[in-house]
Design a binder for this molecule. Structure first.
Ligand code: HEM
Length: 314
């Protein structure tokens, strides 16, 4: 099968964009609801975590901007039916940017991304952290207006857009937050000064955030699936349904790793357990595996958005 003809580049670029946007938002959410409260009593570590998350968010934002530009170019080529080189002309791009919903949303998201970059650059300014968080969550939720949710008409369309926007924010907060968590655990292992109690507190806070995100993902995912798939039969017999089913399988695997982290490993970080170092290592490894599974889901969703929804095929 010809990967290019099958839309491979568009699927890859969408997956990279979803993952990079999720890491930006997830890192800032993590900084606000996990790292900051957990490291309040450990100023040197708090400063290190802040620098670390700023670097991660900045690199991820650069990747989100580049993949966003590539997504626009590939979308212009597929909308115009022209080869990529010809579709990159100013005339075609300005038609896509000004006369399609995807184009208008992409313009608005680019402004949001530039504003976010300014907030990260001037993060010492008061309010900059909160403005950055709001911009990152807006950049993530607004992806809903570029996908299938944007083409569902009427009242059901509003429900679909709201569910999809929440779905995206929950996905970013959980999967995107796993990267700063893994870095924090690695820093605690490396830095004898940083106590295991910081890791225990941070892991507990993150797993509470994770539970809220998973519940939101399941509820909004069922809404998405109900509108776009409609039946178990369609889930099993259509290409769209089968890709979604694979996604749900990967999701179940992620939940298994998260459960081991929460119920088996986090309690071992307690001082009395005596094998904190080993538990820290396993927690970091499991979180790393979860990141890999989460990115696999972003790749699958990169593909889902290019397929005809199952409901329309039966
Ligand atoms: C870690 C877990 C998950 C992640 C990271 C994730 C991520 C995403 C992302 C990024 C989108 C794209 C939205 C768009 O293009 O507008 C999406 C769409 C979707 N998700 Fe999830 N999701 C997760 C779990 C779930 C679950 C548990 C379900 C079902 C119960 C689900 C069902 C769907 C459906 C049906 C769509 C719509 C796809 C489309 O626009 O064609 N997801 N998901």
């Amino acid at each position: 099968m010809d990967w290019f003809a099958a839309g491979g580049p568009l699927i890859a670029v969408r997956g990279i964009h979803f993952a990079a946007t999720a890491v930006v938002a997830g890192t800032l959410v993590f900084g606000t609801v996990v790292a900051k409260p957990a490291s309040l009593s450990e100023q040197p570590v708090a400063r290190m975590l802040r620098t670390q998350s700023l670097r991660v968010a900045s690199i991820a934002l650069a990747v989100a901007l580049l993949s966003g530009a590539a997504w626009l170019s590939l979308q212009a080529a597929s909308m115009s039916g022209l080869p990529l080189g010809e579709a990159m002309t100013s005339q075609v791009l300005s038609t896509v940017l000004n006369q399609t919903q995807f184009g208008v949303v992409t313009e608005m998201r680019s402004v949001l991304a530039i504003f976010l970059a300014a907030c990260l650059a001037f993060d010492r300014l008061p309010m900059a952290v909160w403005l950055a968080l709001a911009a990152a969550l807006g950049l993530t939720a607004s992806i809903a207006w570029t996908g299938h949710a944007a083409s569902t008409p009427g009242e059901l369309g509003n429900l679909h857009l709201a569910a999809d926007a929440l779905h995206l924010v929950a996905a970013a907060s959980w999967v995107g937050g796993l990267l700063p968590l893994t870095l924090l655990l690695a820093s605690v292992r490396r830095d004898a000064a940083a106590s295991a109690s910081l890791a225990r507190d941070a892991t507990r806070r993150f797993s509470t955030l994770g539970i809220v995100c998973v519940a939101t993902l399941v509820v909004t995912g069922v809404v998405n699936a109900w509108i776009l798939v409609g039946s178990f039969h369609a889930l099993l017999v259509t290409e769209y349904g089968q890709v979604l089913a694979i996604k749900l399988g990967v999701f179940a695997l992620m939940l298994a790793f998260a459960a081991v982290n929460r119920f088996a490993l986090t309690p071992q970080l307690a001082a009395a357990s005596g094998n904190q170092r080993e538990a820290l290592q396993k927690l970091a490894r499991n979180s790393f595996v979860e990141i890999g599974l989460g990115f696999a889901i972003f790749a699958l969703v990169g593909m889902l958005g290019t397929l005809h929804p199952a409901l329309h095929l039966l």
